[in-house]
Design a protein around this ligand. Structure first.
Ligand code: SAH
Ligand code: SF4
Ligand code: F3S
Length: 444
């Protein structure tokens, strides 16, 4: 038998790209490829790219340039670009970087094996269609090998919200939900392979409305179906939009034991003027009231958010409104970004905020968030939390995992396996993680 060819995938961007990379590796498995973790010995290199901010997109071109030498010594090496930059700039990539053999958008990657075959015949292959055939269906033959205890599972993709700064509706297309039975089947397969925690993914995951046996299911209804799978211990979902936070989903946070007490709910800004210009269709106040309802259902829930500073026409006063909102919510975690002009989006045409003003605001916002984050971590010291252990740490006998609240926790113990969920008493808090001691119970 011929030796398998090697595929190296480098993934940028969001969790959905991580999920997509796994599926692409599986699709190429069917075409005789195994994955490798270095570019040096690869027969094919795939960059799974992100277009969300200018920096992310530019990184792709500098990374591609580095493969020139590899291709010089190995002319058969195939280089492909996948993901959101592929979707947005497909033909330009081919023009700008002749090293590239293949460009595939996020909705066409089930066609990768045929595209790879075409490149082996010396042709270039480009596919950035939004085909009618369902990529998830085409990819249904899943690998059966054992895997780590946590997994992503895409349930919804695309976005119809058109926030004025964002490329996602253009790169991922219109909002589509997968049918519930396919998701449940995939979840069961993952659990059979050792997965104990599933994070449901979607650009607007809480807008999920996939077909079920008796009509469409809401995300909460899907979660309750997943809740019945034996062996699945934890369910998370991301990313949610404030406008789609339905009552049954809020309730599930209080009543579904497998649904973890962590919610990523981006608000972007605390100024109603800016929110309106962002086309976010919620106000600072409606967001705050929503969080009150979520906390009424699950008082210990850890909130996380996304913020953009320096959106066109953001004044110091608008920025202060964002800082006030952060003070009021008290986040356990947050991602924050300087506004990045994206060609083709409505905000790109508007008067821009100076770069140094953006930098200054980002610094102040991040200082506040870091303070809140540290306080949330320190509040865990002395508490007993469940930890799902994932892998060995840097030191001998060390194991690391995640608490229900998604804090990284490490312990030093000899007999913990990846996939164990154990109660841990938190004894210390450092910059990015907690340390603890496993409590052994008679039943364990
Ligand atoms: N669908 C998700 C994720 C969108 S991208 C959501 O609605 O939250 C993730 C984050 O990137 C966004 O929440 C936003 O904070 C940030 N982002 C998107 N476009 C951006 C831009 N042009 N400049 C800076 N940050 C941006
Ligand atoms: Fe982008 Fe807004 Fe859609 Fe999120 S909701 S993906 S920020 S357009
Ligand atoms: Fe980036 Fe595309 Fe995800 S632009 S954030 S990889 S949806």
């Amino acid at each position: 038998m011929a030796e398998p060819k090697k595929l190296f995938i480098k993934t940028y961007g969001c969790q959905m790209n991580v999920y997509d990379s796994e599926r692409m590796a599986e699709a190429m498995g069917g075409a005789g490829y195994v994955e490798t973790d270095t570019a040096d010995d690869a027969d094919m290199i795939l960059l799974n790219t992100c277009h969300i901010r200018e920096k992310a997109a530019e990184k792709v071109y500098s990374e591609l340039g580095r493969f020139r030498e590899l291709k010089d010594v190995k002319p058969d090496l195939k280089i492909g670009v996948a993901g959101c930059v592929a979707q947005a700039e497909g033909e330009e990539i081919m023009r700008r970087q002749p090293l590239v053999d293949l460009v595939v958008g996020p909705q066409s990657y089930h066609r990768l094996p045929q595209m790879e075959a075409k490149t082996r015949e010396g042709q270039k292959a480009l596919d950035t269609d939004f085909p009618l055939d369902d990529k998830f269906d085409t990819l249904r033959t899943r690998a059966k090998a054992k895997r780590g205890p946590t997994a992503f599972l895409t349930v919804q993709e695309g976005c119809d919200k058109f926030c004025a700064f964002c490329v996602v509706p253009y790169t991922r297309g219109a909002e589509v939900s997968r049918p519930a039975d396919r998701i449940l089947e995939e979840a069961r397969e993952l659990v059979d392979r050792g997965v104990r925690e599933i994070t449901l993914l979607g650009q607007n995951v809480n807008a999920y409305h996939g077909a079920g046996a008796d009509g469409d299911l809401t995300l909460a209804q899907l979660i309750w179906q997943l809740d019945k799978i034996d062996g699945l211990a934890r369910i998370r979902f991301t990313t949610s939009h404030p406008n789609d936070m339905a009552e049954d989903l809020i309730e599930a946070h209080g009543t579904c034991d497998k649904l973890m007490p962590y919610l990523h709910l981006p608000v972007q800004s605390g100024s109603d003027k800016i929110l309106k210009r962002m086309n976010r269709s919620h106000t600072a106040d409606s967001y705050l009231r929503l969080i009150e309802r979520i906390r009424a259902a699950r008082p210990d829930i850890l909130m996380s958010g996304d913020f953009i500073v320096g959106f066109p026409e953001e004044t110091e006063e608008d920025f202060q409104a964002t800082m006030d909102l952060i003070e009021e919510v008290n986040y356990g975690y947050a991602y924050s970004f300087k506004y990045s002009t994206r060609p083709g989006t409505p905000a790109a045409e508007r008067p821009q905020v100076d770069e140094d003003v953006k930098s200054d605001r980002l610094q102040r916002l991040q200082a506040l968030i870091t303070r809140q984050q540290r306080a949330a971590q320190e509040a865990m010291v002395g508490r007993i939390v469940n930890v799902l252990f994932e892998k060995p740490g840097r030191f001998e006998w060390q194991m690391v995992g995640k608490s229900d609240y998604l804090h990284a926790v490490h312990v030093t113990e000899s007999d913990i396996q990846s996939g164990d969920i154990l109660p841990v008493k938190i004894v210390g808090s450092s910059a990015n993680s907690l340390s603890g001691e496993v409590l052994r119970q008679a039943a364990e």
